[in-house]
Design a protein around this ligand. Structure first.
Ligand SMILES: [Zn+2]
Length: 241
């Protein structure tokens, strides 16, 4: 089976991918690219819902976005560390799926998991390219592989983007994928736990507002934006808008 992905969104909590890059995922799925989501943790420390409801919601969201695969690497929410054991798990996943582009969490954010995960994924991507680090998939030695581009999401904290992508046509799919996390967002019920700042309906308004704001910068209705640790090049200046 060919497991190669064009685009991988590798983020720490189920729902980070939808909130930060749901439109981008839907856009590339629609254009025929193979896209996958890798969640590093099950989000088991979330205030509302449970590990089980979150897994069901992540599955439903993946279906809405149309991704080829969604996997969970089972690191510990809140307590994972950037060290060899975690890095090896990520290296295995990168070498298995050989994505051209990886999108990960914001380098610096309100939630400390985001910055730590970003650093962990960035370090592991570098290490995945070193052939003397041996990893195995179903008993077979994996080839060294390094994606050609890695980008970071912009999450709660406003960070000036390095690239902005038009997702206007895909806003509705993004919104549906976020709303698939029924216990997390847009819910006034206290059945799934106390209200949090993301469960309040105003959170979706601010997510939409952010997409509008990024969009306005490039004269489109909705956009998602990313940062890059390396300078970005383009083959054709006329592709820039
Ligand atoms: Zn998160």
């Amino acid at each position: 089976m060919d497991t190669k992905l064009d685009l991988m969104v590798m983020t720490v909590h189920p729902d980070d991918a939808e909130l930060g890059a749901g439109g981008t995922i839907a856009k590339y799925v629609a254009s025929g690219k193979k896209v996958g989501i890798i969640d590093l943790t099950k989000g088991e420390l979330g205030t509302r819902g449970t590990e089980v409801t979150r897994a069901q919601e992540a599955k439903a969201a993946a279906k809405i976005l149309g991704v080829a695969i969604r996997e969970n690497l089972g690191l510990r929410d809140g307590f994972f560390v950037n060290e060899e054991a975690s890095q090896r798990i990520i290296i295995q996943s990168i070498r298995k799926y050989k994505p051209e582009i990886v999108i990960t969490n914001a380098l610096d954010d309100r939630h400390p998991d985001h910055g730590r995960a970003s650093k962990l994924v960035n370090d592991s991507i570098f290490l995945a390219g070193l052939r003397r680090i041996e990893t195995y998939d179903s008993g077979e030695l994996q080839e060294a592989f390094r994606p050609r581009l890695q980008l970071q999401l912009i999450q709660d904290k406003y960070i000036k983007p390095d690239v902005i992508l038009d997702i206007t046509e895909f806003w509705d799919i993004k919104e549906q994928s976020i709303l698939a996390y029924k216990t997390q967002f847009n819910s006034s019920s206290t059945e799934d736990g106390p209200q949090t700042y993301i469960s309040d309906p105003s959170f979706m308004e601010s997510t939409r507002g952010r997409a509008h704001e990024f969009g306005r910068n490039i004269q489109v209705k909705y956009a998602e934006a990313f940062t890059s640790r390396k300078l970005l090049g383009v083959k054709d200046l006329f592709d820039l808008i």
